[in-house]
Design a protein around this ligand. Structure first.
Ligand SMILES: [Zn+2]
Length: 258
């Protein structure tokens, strides 16, 4: 009986829709988890990067300081030498050399001073990064725990849906089931739908009167001409079984009830 086969498929369909919904949430949750991890890893990476930048800067500063000391002693030696020089040309040449060294020293001092400024800025940044990283670590661990728990719950619910589906499958009409599953795979949405107000409630496109009659008769599987969904007539399925085969009576009863 097509009517019963459709009823069974509708039950399976509701489980499948729940499953699709669950899997969508699970996917979102998993992505959320991934985003949290990326955020944390990124901050951690920034901390490490900043630390190594500071180490490198300090190394350069030590070198600059060494250069300065060297220039200082070089200038001093030249000055000492100059005091014992007799010839004017030699004296002038030394003056020229010393002032060159002094210029070089001044430039290096300026650079070192800039490096000190930079170091202060970088150390400040590092401190902020560490604070951000620590607080993110603290905040996200709770959130991560919650998300993981919700994924666990989704898995449990999914398993029970699967078990219920398996139970229904043994009673399902194999031919209809195959068609249904193929459609579901394509649409990831309800594929067995009623006609309502002369419309396919899947694609909401108007169906012809002949089409509607065919569905009402319920003798064979009728597909929507537009979206290929399987159509059914709501009253056919919702009516109690004993009234099966007396559609006229049902219709009258329904009309007088309105
Ligand atoms: Zn349709």
């Amino acid at each position: 009986m097509l009517r019963d086969a459709l009823k069974m498929i509708l039950e399976i369909q509701e489980l499948d829709i729940q499953m699709i919904h669950l899997m969508r949430i699970k996917r979102e949750r998993t992505q959320e988890l991934e985003r949290i991890r990326l955020l944390r890893d990124d901050l951690h990476h920034q901390v490490i990067l900043k630390e190594s930048e500071i180490i490198e800067l300090k190394k350069q500063m030590r070198l600059s300081e060494g250069d300065l000391t060297e220039l200082q002693s070089k200038a001093q030696k030249l000055e000492q030498h100059q005091s014992s020089v007799k010839k004017v040309e030699e004296f002038n040449a030394l003056t020229h050399e010393i002032s060159g060294i002094e210029r070089e020293k001044a430039a290096k001092e300026q650079r070192l001073s800039d490096q000190y400024d930079k170091l202060a800025v970088e150390e400040d940044l590092l401190k902020n990064l560490k604070v951000a990283y620590e607080s993110t670590k603290g905040n996200t661990s709770q959130l991560e725990k919650e998300i993981k728990e919700s994924i666990e719950a989704i898995n449990t619910e999914g398993e029970s849906l699967f078990v219920r589906r398996e139970e229904l499958l043994s009673d399902a009409d194999p031919e209809l089931l195959a068609v249904y599953e193929k459609l579901l795979k394509n649409k990831r949405d309800r594929v067995v739908v009623p006609i309502e107000n002369r419309c396919c409630s899947g694609c909401h496109i108007l169906v012809t009167a002949q089409h509607e009659n065919l569905v009402r008769k319920g003798e064979k599987i009728v597909f929507c001409e537009h979206c290929s969904r399987i159509h059914y007539w709501l009253d056919n399925l919702s009516a109690p079984s004993e009234e099966e085969g007396t559609p006229k009576k049902r219709k009258k009863a329904a009309a007088s009830a309105r």
